[in-house]
Structure formats: structure tokens, C-alpha cells
Design a protein around this ligand. Sequence first.
Ligand code: AHG
Ligand code: MN
Ligand code: MN
Length: 299
Amino acid sequence: MTTLSEYITDLDEGLAKIILAVSGTTDTIFASLPHRRGAAGTENIYGEEQKALDVWTNDILCEAFKATGVVKAIVSEELGEPWINPEGGKYTVSIDPLDGSSNIESNNLFGTIVGVHSQDELLVPAEKLDVAFYNLYGPITTLVLASNKGVTEFVKHRTGSTDYHVGKENIRIPEKGKLMGLGGAPYKWTDGVNKFADYLKDEAKLKVRYGGAFVGDINQILYYGGCFMYPELVDKPQGKLRLVIECGPMSYIIEKAGGASSNGRESILALKPGEVDERSPVYVGNKDLIAKLEEILKL
Ligand code: AHG
Ligand code: MN
Ligand code: MN
């Protein structure tokens, strides 16, 4: 079976180095999961309590990126300021080192989100990404990569050749979606969001699946179709999720797989981030459902 390193040999060498830098840390991170479940006693730039694993995975990943020699900047949820390489470089990486940290304690799904671009500016619309990928720590460890070769799942083998091997190639979101993942507290949904949730329930007749980690909730939509939202809320019109390190890369992956994304008005991929810590409402899934969302929110 084709390994990850074999599969990406025809990508730009620098991109391959960055992807392998992340995949090369997953055994170390996986082994530490039982031993780093507590708080770090610090806060990130969003004022959120950092878990020990947030900080530790961030350090591991940033060191791995710096060692590639091709990374000119790192934007990370867990860095106060972006890291800028004094020697320059070709690629900017944006990462959520550990997405779903509240799931650590309850042993639910979580993972790492990575976006990579080679533009001059630090912050660019996600449509300019060269690749986006995520690691998912579940019963098995997978890495899902969106590149110019489509969307591909790699599975971390635990016996025999313990590399990542191709699991599923050319992943396409199923035409007829099955699931809806509805984030945020429903009592805080706006009227438009309530109307859309009713549509998903009564017209599209979807089943609820919500795991509390964006990376896992999007992975489910990639495999089973439907819609995930962490919407605008009455007290948070920009929602909760971060455009650069969460919404952009994951929307890039879903759109590469034939799905759609929106902030309620337009594709997430078209949004030019103004700030590193900018948030956006996010709706991701089948094209017909996202079109319906935009129609409802326009009313
Ligand atoms: P992070 O752990 O990187 O802060 O991300 C958590 C995010 C995202 O993964 C998930 O979709 C959302 O927070 C869940 O929020 P609620 O706890 O409000 O459901
Ligand atoms: Mn996150
Ligand atoms: Mn995080």
C-alpha cells in the first residue's frame, strides 16, 4: 500500500517537507495523550484556558516546522504573535495545534488543523492555500490531505510498516447528506439560524451528530454528507471559530471534496482575514444545503 511519503513525492518538495513534519510528530503526540490531560495554567490570545496538550503540541509542531527550513512564518492559535523566520522561507503555515481541547478530558475526538500557503502576505483568503490537512486522533489516527491531487485519507498503521498509508483516495462528499452538526447553544441562535436548523430537521430530515471538535465534526460531513455549522449567535455575530486557523483550512478541504462553505453570505474561501484572531460564522457541507442557508439568512 502506498505510504504518505510516496504519495506526496510529486508535490512541491517544500510542501512535502511540511506535511511530513506534521505526520512525523503524531506518534510522539499520540503516546503523550494519556499523560497530558490537565490545564497548562495559561491563557491563549483568545483568553481561553490553555490545556497542557495545547501548549505542548504547539511547541512540538512549531519546532518541526522550523526544522524544515522552508517555513517563513507560523500563525498558531497558541502563539501570542505569529513566528516570523528571520531567514525568510517559502511557506506560511497556519495551525490549530489541538482542535477540540475540551474533548481531552472526556476522551472524545480531537486533532490538528494545518493550512499552508506561499503568498507574500501573512494572511490570505483560504482559496490561496496550497494545501490544507488535518490529523484526527480517534480510535485510529488518520491524516486527511487536500492538495492538487484531490482529498485523500491516510491511516497511521500500528503494526508492520507503521507509516501513514493511503486509506481513501479522491474523497467526495456524498451527494445526499445524512448529518447535521449544530454548534453553539441553541437558545443563542438568531432567527435566521433557527429557520435554517428547522429546515435541516424538517425538510432535509438530517440526523444530529455533534462531537464538540470542529476537526471531527467536519470529518463526519466529509464522509457522510450533510451540514456542520458553528453559526452567528445573538451575542456573538462572528460566532466562535477562528477564520485563519480553523474555518479557512477546513472549508478548503470540504470544497476540494465537492462541498461548499459559507459565512452566511459567501464562501469562507473568499474571506480575506484582517486579523490573526478574526472569527467567522461557519457553515460547511453539501452545496444545496449551503445555498439554502444563504437564501434563508438573506431574508
Ligand atoms: P479549540 O479546542 O481549538 O479551542 O477548538 C474548539 C472549537 C471547535 O473545535 C469546536 O467546534 C468548538 O470549539 C466547540 O465549541 P463548544 O464547546 O461551544 O461546542
Ligand atoms: Mn480549534
Ligand atoms: Mn486549539
